[in-house]
Design a binder for this molecule. Structure first.
Ligand SMILES: O=C(O)CCC(=O)C(=O)O
Length: 262
């Protein structure tokens, strides 16, 4: 198994790192079965980025318990802490089933949502968990190695790409500044993966987990997962009424006439 330092060094040089067969076959099967339950009621995408033939499971931690251990995985968390610093948060946890016939997703940078001039320290680290074998045919993620170091350069037709071909159970870590995108799926089966995207503790996560994951669910989660979903402070950031938000998971404070009863 690679060390935190080895993975972090690969992220520095290439912008991505793959750990093959990180999950057992039984674990992959259990995750697939539970996500099939969710996907049966999940819509397809609304635009080219989401993919009209692709299903995206948002509010993932409201809908399955099968990724709790991956969010808090010690090796992955070690890399996240190394790259993003203390207090990193879950930003966008999303199940992605790229459907048959889907075209390639536009190439993008995950940290492109933040209007921060480059170069800058990494704000985002993403992890892609393969629940199918990822192949060139079924939509293995397209990555542009080294593009995390680009400042003004943009990808074009001549740009060399790498395909994250990896067996089910593997995980690819990649930094938010690397250009990448979901591949086209030219098979007759969907390609299932889950991204657990994390951001530094001082930038705004993409998804608002405080509303997305109901508090009665949050109350029973591993305390570390609660922190990753926003129930934590980094200095003053994230406080509720001057206190740690964990104190308010079971909030029963009475409200009268539209304000807290003091
Ligand atoms: O599905 C993939 O392989 C990548 C998805 C992605 O990059 C995204 O949705 O931001």
């Amino acid at each position: 198994m690679p060390t935190v330092e080895e993975i972090a060094s690969k992220l520095d040089t290439d912008g991505f790192a793959i750990i093959e067969n990180y999950l057992s076959a039984d674990d992959v099967a259990a995750k697939r079965a539970d996500l099939a339950r969710v996907l049966a009621k999940n819509p397809t995408g609304r635009n080219d980025f989401e993919g009209f033939s692709t299903q995206r499971i948002y509010a993932l931690f409201a809908k399955t318990r099968t990724f709790d251990a991956q969010a808090t995985d010690p090796l992955i968390n070690g890399v996240l802490e190394h790259v993003l610093g203390p207090g990193f948060q879950l930003s966008a946890p999303v199940g992605i089933a790229i459907g048959p016939g889907e075209k390639a997703q536009p190439i993008h940078r995950d940290d492109g949502v933040y209007p921060v001039a480059r170069p800058h320290r990494e704000l985002v680290v993403n992890t892609m968990w393969a629940l199918d074998d990822f192949t060139e045919e079924n939509g293995a993620t397209v990555v542009i190695p080294g593009s995390h170091l680009w400042i003004d350069e943009r990808p074009n037709e001549e740009t060399e790409t790498f395909r994250a071909v990896m067996p089910a159970g593997s995980v690819m870590l990649f930094v938010g500044s690397i250009y990448h995108g979901g591949g086209a799926n030219n098979t007759d089966r969907s390609r299932l993966g889950v991204i657990l995207e994390f951001c530094a503790g001082w930038v705004r996560p993409q998804e608002n987990h405080i509303l997305g994951v109901p508090k009665q669910i949050v109350a029973d989660l591993d305390p570390r997962l609660q922190e990753l979903l926003g129930y934590s402070v980094l200095g003053l950031l994230g406080n509720v009424d001057g206190r740690n938000p964990k104190k308010y998971i079971d909030d029963q404070r009475p409200v009268r006439d539209g304000v807290l009863e003091l």
